[in-house]
Design a protein around this ligand. Structure first.
Ligand code: TRP
Length: 455
């Protein structure tokens, strides 16, 4: 049965749906730990510059491609130029790899929610709570299975709509709570030193890795370079202004990430009581950072158990809407390409997710000794998608738009609803700046990885 492609109802519908896909663990979990690790202010600065140049141009290009062709990534690239059909498939690999380890972190969030709801908030603030949770073999696996299972059930039953309507109410509450917690965290003793670290760029900490990490985070957080925004664009009505929507999504996504960092980084300086060595080891903690610091913040505030429980339930919803959308994307690709039913496709995706998810989960605990290229499994899957595949997809997209279909094709699509203010910026970034920078960063990081150059 041919189904008519449904459209988002109105302007707000599109922005909310796209923002719903963009806002998730990327903002709340990934951004703060990367910012802490890669030098604070300098990471923030590089991220902001990339967001208003690369992010802006790429998002317009992707939404434009989607709306112009009315197709999702695989079909859209093929229609634009048959030589670029492969790009749709490469882009499709990204959500397949992200979903499993996203579910691992989603599992951690679920565990913390249950801990706070059952009154274990102050225990969670204890020194070794996170470490002992993560190094026990079974527990993280169990929470991963619960989170992934919930996602699969929702996708299988096709009841995303219900979750989405709930999360539309929860999203503004999450934003308000994040801002509130950030303001509270700034009042903690010594927190202002952390604020300085977070917002004041220290140029001596600048390196190629900083740029690569910031670029990967930009793609991840805004769901770029993986075909997602093309799909969203294909659902977008012809009367919505692409440029305005892009700016709003970017502002919203970056704003939440900024406040998430503000919630976590200054607090590190407070809890470490000015001990430089402890501060340094906490800043470079990696994926566990949010789970170590936030319980301490909640523990230090009156009514922290309730605030913590409320916070984690909101984060769980933000994570679920993202994981559902990730799984839905992958399931529909498999259904289309393999001509199989929804149930079979769901089972295949579940199988892949277990194969990638289990080592990602154990790699933070009992398998932490097992590494690929010096990285634990989760870090490796995260690295290979964000720092390798996505930059490559972004690069080829720039070549396609800049030189094959030409920027004018996208500009025309944007201008259907009025003026395109950033037209020049868009053209220059897509044709020259983005491709050159992406290649330079990739080459640099490969050389760095092989130890040819040192930073
Ligand atoms: N951008 C989401 C976040 O910040 C993560 C994400 C990446 C995503 N790709 C996606 C969400 C595809 C939905 C669909 O958490």
């Amino acid at each position: 049965m041919e189904q008519k492609r449904s459209s988002f109802t109105g302007k707000l519908g599109f922005i909310l749906a796209a923002a719903g896909s963009a806002v998730g663990l990327g903002n709340l979990w990934r951004f703060p730990y990367l910012a802490a690790k890669y030098g604070g202010g300098i990471f923030l600065l590089v991220y902001l510059i990339l967001a208003v140049t690369f992010g802006f141009a790429l998002m317009i290009a992707e939404i434009g491609i989607g709306r112009k062709t009315g197709l999702s990534a695989i079909g859209a690239f093929k229609v634009l130029n048959s030589k670029f059909a492969f790009l749709g498939y490469v882009a499709a690999i990204v959500p397949i790899i992200i979903l499993p380890y996203y579910s691992v972190i989603g599992g951690w969030v679920t565990k913390y929610l249950v801990t706070f709801v059952t009154g274990g908030g102050s225990a969670a603030a204890g020194d070794s709570f996170f470490t002992s949770f993560i190094s026990s073999p079974g527990e993280p696996l169990l929470w991963f299975a619960i989170f992934l299972g919930a996602t699969a059930v929702i996708v299988l039953l096709g009841v995303e709509k219900g979750i989405e309507s709930v999360s539309k109410i929860m999203m503004p509450v999450l934003v308000a709570l994040t801002v509130g917690i950030a303001i509270y965290a700034l009042t903690l003793p010594n927190a202002l030193d952390g604020l300085v670290y977070y917002v004041k760029p220290d140029f001596s900490k600048f390196s190629g890795t900083t740029v690569l990490a910031a670029m990967g985070q930009l793609f991840y957080s805004m769901s770029l370079a993986m075909g997602i925004m093309i799909t969203y664009g294909s659902y977008m009505k012809k009367d919505v202004h692409i440029e305005t929507s892009t700016r709003q999504i970017e502002l919203f996504d970056t704003g939440i990430a900024f406040f998430a960092g503000l919630m976590i980084i200054p607090a590190i300086f407070s809890f470490c009581h000015g001990d430089a060595e402890l501060i340094n080891s906490t800043l470079t903690k990696g994926p566990g950072l949010m789970f170590v610091i936030l319980p301490q913040v909640f523990d230090s505030m009156p009514g922290g158990d309730i605030v913590g429980a409320l916070f984690f339930i909101l984060v769980l919803f933000a994570a679920l809407t993202s994981s559902i959308s990730l799984m839905e994307t992958v399931v529909s690709i498999f259904m289309d390409k393999l001509h199989i039913g929804r149930k079979t496709a769901c089972l295949i995706v579940l199988g892949i997710s277990v194969i990638i998810g289990v080592p990602s989960s154990l790699g933070n605990g009992i398998w932490s000794g097992v590494t690929i290229m010096g990285m634990d499994f989760l870090t490796f899957f995260d690295f290979i998608t964000n720092n390798v595949i996505m930059p490559v997809v972004a690069f080829i997209t720039c070549i396609l738009v800049g030189y094959v279909i030409k920027p004018a094709a996208i500009i025309e699509e944007v201008e259907k609803n009025g003026k395109f203010t950033g037209k020049k910026l868009f053209t220059v970034v897509i044709k020259y700046i983005a491709p050159v920078c992406i290649i330079a960063i990739l080459v640099f990081s490969v050389l760095e990885g092989f130890g040819v150059i040192k930073v």
